[in-house]
Design a protein around this ligand. Structure first.
Ligand code: ZN
Length: 273
């Protein structure tokens, strides 16, 4: 039953992410009329022909498959991004439930729900940064708010060692945002964007552990290198060529949040901490 609910909310919020990304883009870079598009209200429409969509066109994944990836009205292809994002959120929700590193009761439920909500924002940022190399503030700030609110409720209501946990949270943010802040100022914004620094506030808050934040940045760098390597070898891209860093940071955060507790404990034991 829990799985059915997680998949259901996942694909629905996936639809929301697609609409959020498209409308945020229209507001930032669209025509004058498009800038008035509301993110939270207004009917869904085809991004190509602007035809309003009926309820039968809005069933996540199924509508896309049933229509063969084309708009019912203008017959133009609809990007595979739409069903992929819908399925991705459902997969993230289910995987988070299965692999959540602590037993899910009490304060862990607060953190879990805040994580699911924040992961919706992170997925939207991932898609946006991949397409347009930008982490827009209208998505960044609400995501930060959700992540910080969850962490704060947990800290005040459930954490026995409040001082220790607060220090871990602050140092985690200092690592995740601080390293990028230094890189940003050292390069005067040429290596990374300030959006990556803001993103560090979110990932640092979600991980709430400086060790996990270090691991996350390390893993993100590896993922980024692995993604850039094929085109670098083919000679198409130089090392200085710009690739968005946000998607790798977000992917690494998902992995570290769910899977890094074991390896970090092992390492601490190994070095005798
Ligand atoms: Zn259309």
């Amino acid at each position: 039953m829990v799985y059915v609910l997680l998949v259901f909310f996942g694909v629905c919020l996936g639809s929301f992410v697609n609409a959020l990304v498209w409308r945020t883009r229209q507001r930032q870079a669209g025509s004058k009329k498009d800038r008035d598009l509301s993110i939270l209200s207004g009917r869904s429409m085809c991004p190509r022909c602007r035809h309003e969509l009926a309820a039968k066109d809005l069933i996540p994944i199924i509508s896309w498959l049933a229509l063969g990836g084309r708009c019912r009205y203008c017959k133009k292809p609809i990007s595979i991004q739409y069903p992929v994002v819908e399925a991705s959120i459902a997969i993230v929700f289910v995987a988070s439930y299965i692999f959540w590193p602590q037993a899910l009761h009490g304060g862990q439920i607060v953190l879990f729900v805040a994580w699911l909500a924040a992961s919706v924002g992170l997925l939207a940022l991932l898609v946006y940064d991949t397409k347009w190399m930008l982490l827009p503030n209208p998505i960044l700030y609400p995501t930060l708010f959700v992540a910080a609110a969850g962490r704060l409720i947990y800290l005040v209501g459930y954490e026995p060692d409040k001082a220790g946990a607060t220090i871990l949270w602050i140092s985690s943010v200092a690592v995740a945002a601080g390293i990028f802040g230094l890189l940003f100022y050292a390069s005067r914004g040429r290596w990374i964007g300030f959006g990556d620094v803001r993103l560090g506030l979110i990932t640092g808050t979600l991980l709430a552990s400086p060790a996990k934040s270090f691991l996350m940045i390390f893993l993100a760098s590896l993922l980024g290198l692995a993604a850039a390597l094929p085109s670098m070898i083919a000679g198409k891209r130089q090392l200085s060529g710009k690739i968005p860093y946000g998607p790798f940071l977000i992917a690494a955060t998902f992995i570290c949040l769910l899977f890094s507790s074991g390896p970090i404990d092992w390492y601490k034991k190994f070095v005798g901490l």
